[in-house]
Design a protein around this ligand. Structure first.
Ligand code: SF4
Length: 288
């Protein structure tokens, strides 16, 4: 059995930075609350919980004078204001790329644009970015919905984990729809290059293997998109959360596996998957 790993896989810079910031805070100042899951991965959340990082869904769950960490997905302007009002200690792990998308949204609204964010309306990152538009933004994945036109026109930005090609197609449709109606349609690609690099590496990997294994949480938007990209190559693709989910039948059917992983998947989970495949290959050789 041959096992190849994608050239780029697993933790992105933003998630690695967020986890390190939380670990440093835990080591230096003790327990804290994270506002939401620090990353969409149960292994990481459980490991940090064991060191004292509890997850809160609301600021009411954070004790007086406590510490609260904003996740790499960022948060809305109102959340930062409320943390300050309550006098809580803040550990802001917002990924710099998400922060840039928030600032871009805020500047576009200041310039007079209505902001259309290409993304999943319920995703925490999307809700956070929209809050910086102060009511002048909306999130959609369909170019056919009703879109208000700002004084300066419409500005298009994207959820950072979106596929840049899909965003470009979405933008083209909006431009065609509003040409001659809106004063301007401005397009600012706020997708994250880290995500694109994983897609590209997965596509290259698909050329060299018979089946792909995508490792990462099913609640992680970027891992789901990565699995979708892998399926689009036409190569059989299995999305798993951990090594336990590897099905023995796949091992019988395939001799060349490619392994990739979403930006929220830690190294130890990826390594466990590779180890399981290596062991299966060794067992196969022994049988032969
Ligand atoms: S995927 Fe990109 S935007 Fe999201 S946390 Fe990682 S580096 Fe930041």
């Amino acid at each position: 059995m041959t096992i190849l790993k994608a050239k780029v896989l697993g933790f992105c810079g933003g998630v690695r930075r967020a986890v390190q910031m939380i670990e440093t805070e835990l080591a230096e100042r003790g327990p804290l609350h994270t506002l939401g899951a620090i990353v969409h991965n149960a292994h990481v959340v459980d490991a940090l919980a064991a060191k004292g990082a509890r997850m809160a869904t609301d600021l009411d769950e954070v004790p007086e004078h406590g510490t609260v960490a904003i996740t790499a997905h960022g948060a809305g302007e109102d959340v930062f204001a409320e943390i300050e009002r309550r006098g809580l200690r803040l550990v802001d792990t917002t990924c710099p790329i998400v922060r840039r998308a928030q600032e871009t949204a805020a500047h576009l609204v200041e310039e007079g644009f209505s902001v259309v964010l290409y993304g999943e309306a319920e995703h925490p990152e999307v809700r956070g970015i929209l809050s910086w538009t102060r009511g002048q933004g909306m999130a959609t994945q369909s170019p056919d919905v009703e879109i208000p036109i700002g004084e300066r026109g419409i500005a298009l930005i994207a959820q950072t984990t979106k596929n840049p090609t899909r965003f470009a197609e979405f933008a083209q449709t909006i431009v065609r729809r509003f040409v001659g109606t809106a004063p301007e349609v401005r397009i600012i690609d706020t997708t994250c290059p880290e995500t694109g690099r994983r897609y590209q590496a997965a596509k290259e990997l698909a050329d060299a293997v018979d089946a792909l294994i995508v490792v990462g949480s099913r609640t992680s938007a970027n891992t789901r998109k990565l699995a979708e990209t892998c399926r689009e190559t036409g190569i059989p693709t299995h999305h798993i959360e951990s090594a336990d989910e590897i099905d023995d039948r796949w091992l019988e059917e395939t001799s060349r596996f490619g392994v990739t992983a979403g930006a929220s998947t830690p190294d130890d989970v990826i390594n466990a998957v590779v180890r399981r495949l290596v062991d299966a290959g060794a067992a196969e050789r022994n049988r032969g």
